[in-house]
Structures are given as C-alpha cells and as structure tokens.
Design a protein around this ligand. Structure first.
Ligand code: P6P
Length: 317
C-alpha cells in the first residue's frame, strides 16, 4: 500500500510545490495527534464543556481548544503559512510574515458528539494568501482541501488537484492509501437532513424530501457533517442543511470557508455536486470569515434534482 510519505514525494502527479508539501505533511501529523487525543479523552479528563464561548456562540469543549492549538502548531511549523483561520477564533491569526499560504480549518467539527463517542472530524483548506486581504476568495481558489474522520478508523480524505485520495491510519500511526481515486456514485437512495427542522425548509427542499420518502429513500443523520460526508463518499447519498426559510439572512448553519468550501471541492473532485440552491458552493464570493451558507451536496443526479426544484421556484416567483 502507498504510504502518505510516498504520496507526498510523488505529489500524486500534480505540481504541488515543496512548501505546500510541508504544509500538508504538518496538517496530516496534526490529525494524527488529534486522533490520539480523542481515543483516550474520557481517561484524560478531556470531555464535557468549558465555560468559554467561541465566536460561533457555542460552548467550547476541551478537545475543541486542544485540536485548535494542534492545528495552529502545524501552521507555525510550516514556514510558508501566512495566516491561520479557525472556526474557534474570531479573526485570522498571523503566522509567518513572509508566508504565502493561508490554512483555513474547523479543528473539530461535530464536537457535540464527543461525549457520546460518535465520529467527529477536522476539516481543512489551503489557499494562496500573502496578506489578510487575500483570504476571502471563492472555493475554486483552494489548492488543497480535506478532512480527517475520527471514527472506528481514522481516515484522511483529500484533494491536491487530481481527484480524491483516501488514507487510513495504521496501528503504528502511518497513513496508508486505501483509495487512489475516490468517486461519489451519481445515484443513491439515501438523504441526510435534520428532519426536526422541517418547518424551516423552503419548498424546493420539502418537495425533494417528500418525493424521496415516497420513492423509498432511506434517511441517515449523524449530527456530524464529516461522518455524513464520509458515508456519502462510501455509498453515495445527499446531505442537506438548507437555510431557515424564516431567517433567510442567517444563511444556514454551516460555515462557508472551513466547512462548505473544502467539502464542496472534495465532492466535486469525486464527481459529485455541491450547491446552495441554484448556484454552486465553490462560486460563492465570501464576505466574512465566519459566513454561513445553505449546504446541499452529494450524488450528482440527486443534487441536480434539488437544483432543478430551486430553479422552478425562481421561475415561478
Ligand atoms: P444540527 C456540528 O455542530 C455541525 O456543524 C455539523 O457537523 C452537523 O452536520 C450539524 O452541525 C448538525 O446540526 O442542527 O442537526 O445539530
């Protein structure tokens, strides 16, 4: 099996520059360290919540803080990193004044699942940015995007510009390639949505879900986007976190820069689709670091049905 180090040496046939190889190696090392800390968190007093509320208005978990620090350390160890943007921090953090890449991440997504031992993940994205003014660029400017899923296995899923590769962490702490070119099947009969929020769905989503149920689709909702995403990579399906029709200005729950964009790039690189409605996630021009957007992604044929439903409503309006 190909090791992650061999993958870095060959760059998977892309032109990834040496500086980005260093960044990616340090991010992968950070995910290994986060994985190690998760495995014994109940033994190390790293469960529960702190008294600290983050910029999202959420109570930080000890592992949120620890994972954030581990990712920041990965950035500091990478001389070419100019800034770090984290879900846990109000604004970008200056790392190296002569850096040319920004690392954007959600250090521990789904952390509300930690105490119940459900899969959580780290989501990351790397863009070219020498100044803070260059950070807000659309998702098609991402040079690297990926996530680590901390579940029964620890898996690293990433794209460096040529398809999607999946690595599994071995017992001795080495990422081994388990898929050289992961694809999302275009058809699937499974959707992921929080059905408790049905009253907030717009008509396009409501009609898609109603049709899906009528045609025998199954539902899965983990409450951890990385876990739902990894299932879609494994067997297809569609994930929906639409905007609240009663609070359209809220944009939805998920964040553009460090959740929707990296997942969107991975999904498109694997032959899937990722939209907010009638437009694609990767073409949204960001206006703020913690901007929230509606998120619908997965099997292309399913996402196309939803996009068509949105277009119909725009035409009917
Ligand atoms: P809800 C986790 O907090 C998260 O950001 C995603 O990982 C997950 O898909 C979603 O929120 C769950 O949201 O409203 O079902 O709790």
């Amino acid at each position: 099996m190909t090791t992650f180090e061999t993958y870095l040496e060959t760059r998977n046939g892309t032109v990834l520059d040496d500086d980005l190889v260093v960044v990616l190696r340090n991010i992968a090392e950070a995910t290994r360290e986060i994985s190690d800390n998760l495995r014994t968190s109940s033994l190390d007093g790293l469960t529960g919540a702190t008294e600290i509320t983050n910029v999202q208005g959420e109570a930080q978990k000890p592992l949120d803080i620890l994972s954030n620090e581990i990712m920041l350390e990965a950035c500091r160890k990478s001389p070419s990193v100019s800034f770090a943007v984290s879900e846990e921090l109000d604004s970008e953090v200056a790392i190296h004044s002569d850096g040319k890449y920004a690392v954007i991440f959600d250090p521990l997504d789904g952390s509300s699942n930690l105490d119940v031992n459900v899969t959580v993940g780290t989501i990351f994205s790397v863009i070219r940015a020498s100044t803070s003014g260059e950070i807000l660029k659309n998702g098609r400017g991402q040079l690297i995007a990926g996530y680590a899923a901390y579940g029964p296995q620890t898996t690293l899923v990433l794209t460096i510009g040529k398809g999607v590769q999946i690595f599994t962490l071995s017992a001795d702490g080495i990422y081994l390639m388990t898929s050289a070119d992961a694809k999302i099947v275009p058809e699937a009969k499974e959707f992921a949505i929080n059905a408790a929020r049905r009253s907030s769905w717009d008509d396009a989503v409501a009609s898609y879900i109603e049709d899906a149920i009528d045609t025998g689709h199954n539902m899965r909702w983990v409450g951890s986007m990385v876990a739902d995403t990894h299932r879609i990579f494994n067997r297809g399906g569609v994930f929906l976190y639409p905007a609240d029709r009663n609070k359209p200005a809220s944009g939805g729950r998920l964040r553009l820069l460090y959740e929707a964009n990296p997942i969107g790039l991975l999904v498109e690189a694997a032959g899937g689709a990722a939209i907010i409605g009638t437009s694609t996630i990767l073409d949204i021009e960001p206006t703020s670091l913690h901007q929230r957007v509606p998120v619908i992604f997965g099997s292309k044929n399913e996402v196309d049905k939803i996009s068509a439903a949105y277009r119909e409503r725009v035409l009917d309006a």
